[in-house]
Design a protein around this ligand. Sequence first.
Ligand code: NAD
Ligand code: UDP
Length: 310
Amino acid sequence: MRILVTGGAGFLGSHLCERLLRDGHEVVCLDNFFTGRKASIRHLYDAPGFELLRHDVVDPFKCEVDQIYNLACPASPIHYQFNPIKTTKTSVMGAINCLGLAKRVKARIFQASTSEVYGDPDVHPQPESYRGLVNPIGPRACYDEGKRCAETLFFDYHRENGVDIRVARIFNTYGPRMLANDGRVVSNFIVQALAGEDLTIFGDGSQTRSFCYVDDLIEGFVRFMAQTESVGPVNLGNPTEFTIRELAEKVIGLTGSRSRIVSRPLPADDPRQRQPDITLARSLLGWEPKVPLETGLRRTIEFFRSAPAP
Ligand code: NAD
Ligand code: UDP
């Protein structure tokens, strides 16, 4: 198949492009390089079937493809809050443009939605039936509400126009090719530990997250796109939950760093806890994450040790 990946030069996008090429597909990688980097996809340039388009999903575009994965959107809080209006536009206009294209060329289309649609959840772990607790006017709203509106658009195009959608709600994922300055907790802690700097815990570090290694997640994407039983939404993530303090201690242990842990103020609306209920993904896709946190952290540490300084 020929497959369009929007946001293909980003962290998840670059791994997805790589996987799809390995599976024998042609890949059109579309990106505006806001948080994506050519360095993340340069090794694919010579692959037969790889094509790169510099474009912004906010503006309409045309191409003949069999499938679309819509990943374009900055994912880390510092990047999506840098220009919050643009973030909402990217999610909403990007969804409209991708769905319009999918409708025209009759392509199956995947939406990279997020656990942020659950906000700061009061149901734990979060099943797909939970409707969330999102502050619509807070600093995270540009991302959370943008993604919620994108889900609405996907389901309306499905109901109204028969577009063949797949909506996945992705929980915190980490791995090689995260940006060193991207502000997400795993990359921050590893970069700090390797530089011998203090690890910055926001708040008291008792908030929890569940971290999925990127290869596991991409396997979930591909399985979800291949099946025809459900359009979603389906949670994809690793249900093993850690506190942020536990994560900091693990990173210090695995890097052998002499860094200390320090406390910084907790950002507004920072969710207290997050853990996916993946019952649906298990039964629908026969999928569950395989890579334990320590193994994934070792691989990610290795990436940052050998990566050129940004
Ligand atoms: P990322 O920031 O590394 O990648 C996003 C990519 O989209 C980048 O290459 C960026 O340049 C591109 N992009 C941003 N705005 C664009 C625009 N207007 N037009 C074209 N390209 C644009 O983030 P990621 O971690 O790879 O996340 C990919 C997708 O998965 C995002 O939609 C994100 O919301 C979703 N997601 C990721 C996670 C995670 O833990 N990584 C969790 C939940 C959801
Ligand atoms: N966090 C932290 N120190 C950092 C970066 C993040 O303690 O240097 C915390 C952050 O407050 C949040 C958790 O780690 O509670 C996960 O943050 P991230 O930005 O990676 O993802 P999200 O909050 O979107 O799940």
